[in-house]
Design a binder for this molecule. Structure first.
Ligand code: 5GP
Ligand code: ZN
Length: 113
């Protein structure tokens, strides 16, 4: 089975990439749910958060550091933004390569839908 986010990492399919380094990539969501909606993903293919190993702890922290940078760059850091990582179908996960959603630029609802 192919992975659409591995294809984005490997530049096999296009995306609006806004950040990349040796271990992670961030790009604009194709179907934005807020004025700011980006995804941060590890280069390593990990299907769900349930597949995380102890050795991935630094990598996950790194994804959050990137999310903070993007939130600041897009001027939503101080007003507020939401970070979401869905896990498995009932949460709404549709792409099985973990990704941290950064949502901002509008008031977020709670509880989420
Ligand atoms: P999930 O529902 O798995 O938490 O989030 C998957 C996200 O990936 C969705 O917000 C969806 O719009 C986005 N997405 C799915 N396919 C593509 C794609 O090919 N390119 C980009 N940029 N985003 C995608
Ligand atoms: Zn993948």
């Amino acid at each position: 089975m192919g992975c659409i986010f591995c294809d984005i990492l490997n530049k096999k399919i296009p995306a609006k990439i806004i950040y990349e380094d040796e271990s992670a990539v961030a790009f604009e969501d194709i179907n934005p749910q807020a004025p700011v909606h980006a995804l941060v993903i590890p280069r390593k293919h990990i299907s769900t958060t349930l597949d995380l190993k102890e050795g991935d702890n630094n990598l996950i922290g790194h994804l959050f550091q990137i999310a903070n940078k993007i939130a600041r760059d897009k001027n939503v850091a101080e007003r507020g933004f939401r970070l979401v990582m869905n896990c498995n179908p009932e949460s709404g996960q549709t792409v099985f390569h973990i990704h941290l959603h950064i949502l901002g630029g509008r008031h977020m609802h709670w509880p989420p839908g």
